[in-house]
Design a protein around this ligand. Sequence first.
Ligand SMILES: *[C@@H]1O[C@H](CO)[C@@H](O)[C@H](O)[C@H]1NC(C)=O
Length: 515
Amino acid sequence: MVLELVIRIVIWCVQLIIEIIYIPIFFLRLFKTPKKCPPIKNDLLLIRASELARRIRKNQISSVAVVQAYISRINEVNSLINAVIENRFPEALEDARRADDIVLHSGLNEEQLSEKYPLLGVPITIKGSIAVAGLNHGAGRVDYQEKAKRDAVAVQKAKEAGAVVLLISNIPELCLNWETTNKLIGTTANPYNTTRTPGGSSGGEASLLACGASLMGIGSDICGSVRLPAHFCGVWGHKPTPYVISTVGHRPDGLNKKRWCNYFTFGPMTRYATDLRLLLSTIAEPNMKSMLELHQSVDVKKIKLYYIQDLNCFHAKNFNKNVVTAFEKVVAHFDVVCQLECTKVTIPLMRNCAQLCFLSLLDVGKLNGMCEGEQIFEIFKFLTGQSKQAFNTVSLYMLRSVVPTVLSKFMKQVSRNLDKLRDDFIKILGDDGVFILPSHCSEAPYHNNVYRTVFDTAYLTIFNALGFPATNCPVMFSPDGLPVGIQVVAAPNLDRLTLCVAEEIERAFGGWKFT
Ligand SMILES: *[C@@H]1O[C@H](CO)[C@@H](O)[C@H](O)[C@H]1NC(C)=O
């Protein structure tokens, strides 16, 4: 009880400081003109990946034409959204030419092609923290320039399946932010309204997807980093069960592999719900893929739906009207149209766990890619204005040097609570249930505003701490023209359930749109 009071006071103080810092940011914003990316004119950009792969295999569309269309679109929008760290357009066109060659000259028939190269000729973009051979792999830091020597395992799998890598997209420094800004490239904007953030840390990916400058991408998620930007940008983002996709080739990377990989996953991000399954099954580890039975068809009418309207955390903001509307629309759809019974659940333990999962995340151990050795020195440099690192990185150094030590006894209780919560959830969900809950308290806020609702990211982070698969699904647009999504969560290894519900939501509500 005393502890809860202390946490409350600390959180209130943090929120007060954030509001004070926010005042000049508010006034600066008034001088910015809101813009929106121009509409998509080329119909080649509007074909879903599964369909595009089929037409390329049939030699109805050339991969070169598709890749050229995407390159033009990226060049058209990037001055507005600033979402690219580095491109490999000349190499991508080479790859596309090779893909077209395989279709014409390999002697494989359509079925064999689809078996061997499920993504043949289809363009893909990769989050900047994931290694793509020859491109920047400095985790968004200015003081740490390095080119990746080889592809991350997931990227290699996508390439082997025939996908054409176009670029690496922008991230916040070391992925340590829910907005996408760094000293290397600058700030990435939301294509629906450039005064808004696309979220983070997979913000570059989400932003490119939203305006039709990418078709599918690989992101990564430790604190909602796939789902939050997907929600803000109206696209599909899936955080799989841990260990489904290899995390080799990511920077930052946890040095304590076990703890890190329990929380941290790569995740597919797409413009069309049905492509999540295609991309996930392409980049998944073979042994995990067979366990997930991704290709087993699921009857949506047999899924049990539970919804949590409120995690009941004392520090979270209330959901705004648009978020509540989107959420109610989805529940009503499954209730009435699919005639599934949606059961409301309240989980008292969630109240404790959501606030504390932050603390448990600080416990992932050392991160590769930070200056671990010189933390104190870096804090000193930051305070005297000499550091080349971001505020968030240095804050994490400070938090990490205090929190685990001061609260080590308490951390054990956190992890016990999480175990109990995981058991409770699994009991409710079984092997045929999903939870539906909001992704965030609002649609995309103005730049630098995610901090004001930073504790609401617990709605996303809790499922990293628990190790459950979760998918962000775009549902509707706010009156201001910003996307609003919801989250679908299932028990571990039941990714196919959240993907099935996502596909139904796309059918019912139309999914991604950019006009
Ligand atoms: C961006 O958002 C602001 C504030 O909601 C709004 O006034 C403006 O019209 C929007 N701009 C566009 C291009 O939608």
